[in-house]
Design a protein around this ligand. Sequence first.
Ligand code: MLT
Length: 234
Amino acid sequence: MNIDIIISADDIKEKKILNKSVVVIDILRATSVIVTAINNGCKEVIPVLTVDEAVGIARKDRKKYMLGGERDAIKIKGFDFSNSPLEYNSDKVKDKTLIMTTTNGTRAIKASINAKHIIIAAMINAEAVAKKLINLNNDIVIVNSGTNGEFSIDDFICSGYIISILKKKREFHLSDIATTALYIYENNKDIKSFIRYANHYKKISKLGLYEDLEYCCQKDIIDSVPEYKDGSIH
Ligand code: MLT
């Protein structure tokens, strides 16, 4: 079995992901939000590309649909939630359908539709994701959502962490980029010491969202492994 990495949502190519188990990562913060919401009883998350599309769906039934996401890391006008995972507690999301649009994360998920499986991962559910991937027994491509089409340290180190768990469970052939992610993680296991150099980490810090950063950098606090299938994430 092979493991490869794609470094941003803009770099996803059909031939790279076809028939593969794709793992989409945007630890700061889209996939951390999705994992948290599903773990707290959210019925489903529907990722969409534009604010207009999100509002159009939610308008049909404002009791059923909640709106969440960001533009430029800030809550969108008229939305119920920002992109802070801490807002998605069970009181607010239980049994609701969340319509979500973000700059990079939801884009990466939707661009992966030609994969065999699309698994949603973050630091907070990495161990559970690795277990699921072993069970799927398929070649793996880890999609880093990145930031505006560019490589991001935060998603890359999370990829390295997932690879380190997978390698303990069985043998894999790693692409050079997967080997590099593993190397970076193995040398920075206290991931925050490295993630703090990431531009998006600095941006979230500037906004004063320190609790989000603390939360998203925790390892393995959640066992849920959301999967995107037929337009929604469960
Ligand atoms: C995204 O999808 O671009 C991010 O999750 C941005 C953010 O931190 O809110």
